[in-house]
Design a protein around this ligand. Structure first.
Ligand SMILES: Nc1ncnc2c1ncn2[C@@H]1O[C@H](COP(=O)(O)OP(=O)(O)OP(=O)(O)O)[C@@H](O)[C@H]1O
Length: 256
């Protein structure tokens, strides 16, 4: 198992936000993390990325409990693209992506061909190699998002955490990025609001509701009309798409 989460709780300001979540993500799989606003998706991703400490419960990366891992060891294997990630402005696209190599390099280590290849590959994978010399602050919102994903890929992680990576992206780039993530031979957890994209690209889906795990499993088992009504308060009609064979959700109206 690549990521294992067992009965994890997390509280902030005296409020319990993550409530007894248990999940396992096998090596190489893509897990979609869905749930309404405020259901705890970002909080759970931060716990898995080692940016927050659990109140109770255990998170394991490979065979190692995360609380026993030095920060640098976590950074070598886990890449995290947070929502609304920011970057210093007066830097080029390449310089941003090069930051992904930091955990792998000693303080005085020269820049190596391995580093260079990782950065070039990452820029190519997100379709930004043509803009590698452009200044970060001149990029569009979607281009910035793709550069942040490239920085994460340059880290050559074994686990990739993405918090709403399709925000700001046009439909072509949404499909390209999720297709890329789903095909990478690494373990990914992707928080998504678009349930149809989650159904198309994720091996399994975990649903959070008010900090608890409401369901986990393949999309066609988890994404039911009942679950969407209960968790999102929306009436939906679900059918299997005759075009791509995955679930397709038609949203009808809000349940008042
Ligand atoms: N540092 C914090 N201080 C206070 N409250 C917090 C903090 N971090 C998270 N919360 C609260 O925890 C809840 C879960 O937040 P979180 O960002 O994890 O939800 P989310 O599912 O990612 O939401 P969204 O879909 O809107 O991004 C929210 O009610 C939020 O206000």
């Amino acid at each position: 198992m690549s990521i294992s989460i067992s009965d994890v709780h997390w509280a902030t300001s005296g409020v319990l936000v993550v409530k007894g979540v248990s999940l396992e993500v096998p090596t190489g799989q893509t897990l979609g993390l869905i749930g309404p606003n405020g259901s705890g998706k970002s909080s759970l991703l931060r716990l898995i990325g080692g940016l927050r400490k659990v109140k109770s419960g255990v998170i394991t990366l490979g065979d190692t409990r995360i609380e026993t891992m030095p920060r640098r060891d976590i950074a070598k294997r886990v890449a995290f693209v947070e929502q609304q990630a920011t970057t210093e402005t007066q830097v080029t696209v390449t310089e941003v992506v090069r930051l992904g190599r930091t955990p792998h390099r000693g303080p005085l280590a020269p820049w190596s061909t391995v580093d260079e290849e990782a950065v070039d590959n990452a820029l190519r994978q997100v379709g930004m190699i043509g803009k590698s010399r452009q200044l970060w602050h001149t990029l569009s919102g979607g281009e910035r998002q793709r550069v942040h994903i490239a920085r994460a890929l340059a880290q050559t992680p074994s686990e990739l955490l993405l918090d709403e990576p399709t925000n700001h992206l046009d439909i072509q780039h949404q499909l390209e990025i999720l297709s890329l993530v789903s095909k990478l031979p690494i373990t990914s957890i992707v928080a998504l609001h678009d349930l149809n994209l989650a159904a198309m690209f994720c091996d399994r889906i975990a649903v959070l509701s008010q900090g608890r795990l409401a369901a986990v499993g393949p999309a066609d088992e988890v994404l039911t009309e009942e679950l969407i009504a209960d968790v999102f308060g929306v009436r939906a009609h679900i059918e299997r798409s005759p075009h791509h064979g995955r679930q397709h959700i038609h949203f009808l109206d809000c349940i008042s």
